[in-house]
Every structure is written in structure tokens, then in C-alpha cells.
Design a protein around this ligand. Structure first.
Ligand code: PAF
Length: 297
């Protein structure tokens, strides 16, 4: 595995691979790699000639009171995992290389960036969109891979790729879960054993809500209040930031499951909660076309 720390060197290296007709697959990460990241890497390797992974804890996407300084970093372990996984290039720039003195250009995807997590983390998606645009310009991948756990991030990246004519296919891969359903996340490391146990309520709530939607028993408004109630019943859940059904294209709230009103095939059930020092998110996409009773609501 070649380790590149400079964006110009990285650009030169991929240029040569592209010139030789190779496809480039890219997995951008902030490190502290877990099985979720490694599943993206495997898919990336399967579908491309050359696999590139980046590790960069992007300061621009963290708010002043957020966890940038304590975000888990384990470069040695990460490198060992990526070597074992057969990655060709690891791009690991320093912040000064990505944001040199005088840096003044930002990418802001309107509307989508203000909803859900954007409401609780102002500026976060501007930071994500800016760094991902830069990373795509540097690595020039044929395909870039992202996890469904960060569904809103994926929508925003898809939009910026389209709007800015970036020649990359964006691929969303399934969320990887622990045996008890908790979505894998680098931030799970912040949880004490009791908090880790409490966090299982997130996936349980999504499954319960999905079941209610599929059986046609509840309206979206009732689903929202059921989700909030289930999450709030766990004392270690300190804050439910959102828990509801959303339109998976616009992230607007859904008020009806009547397909003639709603006109879409899927809904997004999504949750963000605070447990201890961790802010955890998760989601499920639910197909509603043809569900029992769903068309009547
Ligand atoms: O999902 C992440 O790890 C980050 O938001 C990303 C896409 C690497 C940008 O910093």
C-alpha cells in the first residue's frame, strides 16, 4: 500500500493510473476504522482496478463545541487494516495541505444541509461538502463509496456531484451493525458499557416504527410520537434530536402515507440522539408502495 500525504503527489499518481485506463474506487474516511468502513473498502476493491482510501479528520465539519480534538485517531491500526484489506493507496493529508493559508472557497448544498442533523450541527454539512469536493478533485475517482448510516451526508454529496458536474459515481452501501443492531460508528467508542447497552434502543425503535408503517397501523404523525416515546423511555437517552419519518429525497417531514398524496415509493425513518458523550444517528429506508392500508392514509 502506497501512503501519500500530499495532494499534488496524489493527483499526479491517480493521473497516471487514469492514463493507463484504470478505474479508481475511493472511500473517504476520518479513520478509526471499523467493519462499516471495511465493508466499503471491500466493495470498492471488487468494483475498481485501483482502490484509494483517505483518512482526514476534517476540522471544518466540527462545530466549536464538538468532538474534533477527542475524535478517535488510531493511524497504526487503521494502516494495518487497510494493508490487510489490499488497499492500493492511502491518502493521509495534513490540514495545512487541504486548507492552505488564505483558503476561502466553500461548498454549500442548500436546503438539504439545513434539515435533520444540519439543524443541530450548523455548518457541519458545509464542512463535509467542501472537503468531499476537494477529495473528489484530488482522487478523481470513477466511483466513491459511502455508508447509509450517514444518509443525509450521502444525499448532499450526490447533489453536489450532480450540481458541480463531478465525473464520479456515488455509491451508497448498507449500514453495518453490531450483533444487537447498533449501527457501527467510530463514536460508539465514547459509550460506557451501560450507555452502549442503552444505545440498542435506536435500532429497536427503527424496527418497531418500520413494522408499524408496513402494517399500515399508524400515520406518520403517530409513528413520530411512537419513536420519540420509545427513545425517551430509556433514561440514558439524554436528548432525542429527531426521530421521525422523512421524504428520502428532500428530507421534508412526511404527513401522509397515501401514495397519491405522497407520490413516492420509500420513506426514511431517521433518528439522532445523545447518549453520554456520543451523538448517535441511524436510519432505515422503508418501501411503502403497496403496503397494507398505507394507500388509504
Ligand atoms: O463520513 C465521514 O467519515 C466524513 O464525513 C467524510 C465523508 C470522510 C468527510 O470528512
Amino acid at each position: 500500500m502506497e501512503v501519500i500525504r500530499n495532494s499534488r503527489v496524489m493527483q499526479q499518481s491517480v493521473k497516471e493510473y487514469i492514463h493507463r485506463g484504470n478505474s479508481i474506487g475511493f472511500v473517504p474516511t476520518m479513520g478509526a476504522l471499523h467493519e462499516g468502513h471495511l465493508s466499503l473498502v471491500r466493495r470498492c476493491r471488487e468494483e475498481n482496478d485501483i482502490s484509494v482510501v483517505s483518512i482526514f479528520v476534517n476540522p471544518m465539519q466540527f462545530g466549536a463545541s464538538e468532538d474534533f480534538s477527542r475524535y478517535p485517531r488510531d493511524v497504526e491500526d487503521d494502516m494495518a487494516e487497510l494493508r490487510k484489506a489490499g488497499v492500493d493507496i492511502l491518502f493521509m493529508p495534513v490540514a495545512e495541505n487541504i486548507y492552505p493559508e488564505g483558503f476561502a472557497t466553500y461548498v454549500n448544498v442548500e436546503h438539504l444541509s439545513d434539515r435533520l442533523c444540519g439543524h443541530f450541527r450548523p455548518g457541519h454539512f458545509r464542512g463535509v461538502a467542501t472537503v468531499v469536493t476537494k477529495l473528489l478533485n484530488i482522487a478523481r475517482p470513477t466511483r466513491a463509496y459511502f455508508g447509509q448510516k450517514d444518509f443525509q451526508q450521502f444525499l448532499i454529496i450526490k447533489q453536489l456531484v450532480r450540481d458541480l458536474d463531478i465525473d464520479t459515481e456515488t455509491v451508497m452501501c448498507p449500514t453495518v451493525r453490531e450483533a444487537d443492531g447498533l449501527a457501527m460508528s467510530s463514536r460508539n467508542q465514547y459509550l460506557s458499557p451501560e450507555e452502549r447497552n442503552a444505545a440498542t434502543v435506536i435500532y429497536r425503535t427503527l424496527c418497531e416504527a418500520k413494522e408499524m408503517v408496513i402494517s399500515g397501523k399508524l400515520t406518520p404523525v403517530e409513528v413520530k410520537s411512537l419513536m420519540e416515546k420509545t427513545l425517551s423511555a430509556v433514561p440514558l437517552v439524554e436528548e432525542v434530536q429527531y426521530a421521525s419519518a422523512f421524504d428520502p429525497e428532500t428530507l421534508e417531514d412526511i404527513t401522509s402515507l397515501n401514495v397519491t398524496i405522497y407520490r413516492k415509493k420509500n420513506i426514511l425513518l431517521a433518528i439522532a440522539v445523545r447518549i453520554g458523550k456520543a451523538r448517535l444517528i441511524d436510519n432505515e429506508l422503508v418501501e411503502i408502495a403497496g403496503i397494507k392500508g398505507g394507500n388509504e392514509r
